[in-house]
Design a protein around this ligand. Structure first.
Ligand code: ADP
Ligand code: MN
Length: 176
């Protein structure tokens, strides 16, 4: 699986995308369908203090990349992980066998973020992030193109289809 990539018994999947595109919903559903471990990086950063303080302007923790990578290294070596985070350029490339980038049309995303209480700069930053496909570009720059997939996440049906697709992908990887 990938030239020189260390063979794991189970693959690791990264689910990335702009906040509100459905990463956590998708990852939880995929985890319950497959028994894979869901790792919500934002939650982990808070729980284990893997950050360098609070960014007042962006209203989020300033993630410490080295601390996060050290924390996850052993788990990732073992495989069987679904990593959920709105960034992807600082993880070691070798960790992932598939990078799924969720994408939502703004007509859906705007409402989801507003409902979450995002306003002002935080709201507009995230909307722009999605319009300019920042995460897809980041994934394409950080991983081999044959492991990056963009998945539409506008509706609940899309989530179900994405979970079904990712489950099949996992099963195929493990039986190949
Ligand atoms: P993320 O983890 O990417 O920030 P969440 O999974 O927390 O996104 O989803 C944010 C909100 O939007 C939740 O209320 C979720 O139910 C809703 N949502 C996300 N994706 C979809 C989708 N494809 N269809 C319908 N609702 C969605
Ligand atoms: Mn989330």
């Amino acid at each position: 699986k990938g030239g020189g990539r260390k063979k794991r018994e189970k693959p690791n999947i990264l689910i990335t995308g702009t906040p509100g595109t459905g990463k956590t919903t998708t990852a939880l559903s995929l985890a319950s369908a497959t028994g894979f471990r869901h790792i919500n990086v934002s939650d982990l950063v808070k729980e284990k203090n893997l950050h360098d303080g609070w960014d007042e302007e962006l209203e989020c923790y300033v993630l410490n990349e080295d601390l996060v990578c050290d924390e996850l290294e052993d788990l990732m070596d073992g495989g069987g992980n679904i990593v959920d985070y709105h960034g992807c350029d600082f993880f070691p490339e070798r960790w992932f066998d598939l990078v799924a980038v969720l994408q939502s049309d703004n007509s859906f995303l705007h409402g989801r973020l507003t409902k979450r209480g995002y306003t002002g700069k935080k709201l507009s930053n995230n909307i722009e992030c999605e319009i300019f496909q920042v995460l897809l570009e980041e994934a394409n720059e950080s991983y081999p193109e044959d492991i990056v997939v963009a998945l539409r996440s506008d509706t609940v049906e899309d989530i179900d289809a994405n979970v079904a697709y990712l489950s099949r992908w996992l099963t195929t990887w493990m039986t190949d």
